[in-house]
Ligand binder design. Structure first.
Ligand code: TRP
Length: 331
């Protein structure tokens, strides 16, 4: 049997270029590797911990689906589905709750961070924590283990969650016999941290991102906001500047070399921003067109996901039967 790769995409906002280079692009490249069968899904029930209302859920969900299709996900090659369309995940989630020590959840980074903040503020340590947030890693383990996933492409921030999924697989296997595959995570170190407009890591929480799909005008304006130093036109610019780091993502080897020479020869920051805009815009344009095509063809997108869920459920049901048999639920 081919090895399986699986990853979840949380619909909690619009994709920025950090998401694209750090997660979307490598995951799509990986999905083209014929050694693997790939499963990519939109983790809508994981997003419940952060989304505020129904409208937000629908908007982010649809945008993220269009984004992945526009970036080149091929639904004939990848089983592409919506988590909540596969109810087997939630049955497995419950079963896994019963082999997961509570202490393991206490150590999860996201939960720990909230507890620490609450303690600092002198509040109850569990203030604002609901069970969805607390059990988040178990649901994630269910996503992964239900498909016998071998490899899980994720950002560095998700590494602990994959380790937790391994631990849970182990607890189950030790108790009931080997049913689950222990998954490994797949992190692209080189692009795992991408620089943002202000020179810090690009992250939604810093408000320093460049949105992947916006109009050309918005892209230009965003690039113009990149923070530079006060070096004047004619003065050489440092090659480790934010503009050069971003340029490298989009430019060919030759373009990058030329750009660096210009920087060293005193290209003004204004001109450098124009060049970055041009190279980024060229790169993004074909994907942007597809993105707006899918935005206008909602039914097509929903159809793709419905078919994906049908394929996913064939595998999920079979796997869940093995689990049910192992725990004695099938008599
Ligand atoms: N927690 C992941 C994130 O925030 C999304 C996710 C949910 C996921 N289930 C998954 C990722 C399973 C990999 C595998 O990005």
């Amino acid at each position: 049997m081919k090895k399986r790769i699986l990853t979840g995409i949380k619909p909690t906002g619009l994709a920025h270029i950090g998401n694209y280079f750090g997660a979307i692009k490598p995951a799509i490249e990986l999905s083209k590797n014929n050694e693997y069968d790939s499963f990519y899904f939109i983790a809508d029930y994981h997003a419940l911990t952060t989304l505020e209302n129904k409208e937000q859920m629908q908007e982010y969900f649809f945008n993220i689906a269009c984004t992945w299709l526009a970036c080149g996900l091929d639904p004939n090659k990848v089983v592409f589905y919506k988590q909540s369309d596969v109810p087997e995940v939630f049955e497995l989630n419950w079963i896994l709750c019963n082999v997961t020590p509570k202490g393991l959840m206490n150590r999860a980074h996201a939960y720990k961070a909230i507890v620490e903040k609450n303690e600092e503020l002198g509040q109850d340590k569990d203030f604002s924590v609901n069970m969805g947030l607390y059990n988040y890693p178990i649901l994630m383990a269910a996503d992964i283990l239900l498909f016998g996933s071998n490899l899980v492409p994720v950002g560095l921030d998700q590494k602990q969650h994959i380790e937790i999924a391994r631990d849970i697989a182990n607890y189950f296997n030790n108790k009931y016999g080997k049913v689950f595959v222990e998954p490994d995570c797949y992190i692209q170190e080189s692009t795992a941290v991408l620089v943002g407009l202000d020179g810090r890591k690009m992250s939604k929480s810093y408000g320093n991102t460049i949105q992947l799909f916006s109009s050309e005008e918005v892209l230009r304006k965003t690039i113009n906001k990149i923070v530079t130093d006060s070096k004047l036109p004619g003065e050489p610019k440092p090659l480790n500047c934010t503009l050069n780091k971003l340029y490298k993502l989009f430019g060919s080897e030759e373009q990058c070399k030329e750009f660096e020479e210009k920087l060293l020869n005193g290209l003004s920051w204004g001109e450098a921003k124009k060049e970055l805009f041009n190279v980024a815009n060229e790169y993004i344009k074909p994907m942007r067109e597809k993105y707006f095509y899918y935005q206008d063809h909602k039914e097509e997108v929903i159809n793709i996901l419905t078919q994906g869920a049908q394929k996913a459920r064939i595998i999920a049901k079979e796997y869940l039967q093995k689990v049910r048999t192992a725990i004695g639920a099938n008599i």
